[in-house]
Design a protein around this ligand. Structure first.
Ligand code: C5P
Length: 233
């Protein structure tokens, strides 16, 4: 089965801009990540259009609520036919288990992954919340909790992938943003890794936005990355 490792982040404010980019991509080479801005603007209808064109969707809405509410939201995402959906691991074990159970018996069971610690959170931000752990300690703790709660994986930086791989099974998905081909601009990402290195460190899927979406020729950029990681899949 075709299982493209590249997930293109569609960080666009409106449906048309996203559709224009997607018209230049190929579903055999990538999946698409739709986040809060685009989903709030364009909703399920846009996902339907992408899916009609053969693309699978990572719906990146990072649910975090009481177990029942999160579970129902995940079930609704499954009904849309998305390939992957996510929750915050900070919602806790009961929430993650409820979400897992809610998608378990759906017709198109999506992969359910957890966000551990947002990369925008530094030590001081955690202290302010009353959390004594370092960001790295908390990432490991939350990834283990997601694994123990039966989730399919976590979103993490490629730098964390090798360490998390030691504590989780082979089948556990590590979805990594902060990916930059050697010849591209880091933009606002501070800890970056090349697509090839990320997979070698244990990443399962690579979330890549601007190196593809802002390229003069997005398909060429996508093809180049796909070529770089060929054989690693
Ligand atoms: O354009 P770029 O490749 O930096 O886009 C990366 C995508 O991954 C964006 O949608 C960003 O919000 C997301 N992301 C991230 N870092 C995280 C979690 C998600 O860059 N820790």
């Amino acid at each position: 089965m075709n299982d493209p490792k590249i997930i293109v982040a569609l960080d666009y404010p409106d449906a048309q801009s996203a559709l224009d980019l997607v018209a230049r991509l190929e579903p055999a080479l990538c999946r698409l990540k739709v986040g809060k801005e685009l989903f709030v603007t364009a909703g399920p209808q846009l996902l339907e259009k992408f899916m009609q064109r053969g693309f699978e969707i990572f719906l990146d809405l990072k649910f975090n609520d009481i177990p029942n509410t999160t579970a129902q939201a995940c079930k609704a995402a499954a009904a849309l036919g998305v390939w992957m959906v996510n929750v915050h691991a900070l919602g806790g074990r009961k929430m993650m288990e409820a979400a897992r159970e809610a998608v378990a018996n759906t017709a198109h069971r999506p992969k359910l992954v957890a966000v551990t610690v947002l990369t925008s959170m530094a030590q001081q931000d955690l202290s302010e919340l009353g959390i004594a752990a370092t960001p790295a300690e908390l990432v490991l703790r939350l990834a283990k909790l997601a694994y123990a709660s039966g989730l399919d994986g976590v979103v993490c930086s490629a730098q964390e992938a090798a360490m998390l791989r030691q504590h989780t099974g082979k089948e556990f998905c590590l979805v990594t943003p902060g990916i930059r081909p050697a010849d591209s601009d880091a933009n606002d990402q501070s800890r970056i890794m090349t697509p090839r290195a990320a997979l070698e460190h244990g990443a399962s899927y690579l979330v890549i936005g601007r190196p593809i979406t802002q390229a003069v020729d997005p398909l060429r950029a996508l093809q180049n990355i796909a070529k770089e990681i060929e054989g690693l899949e």
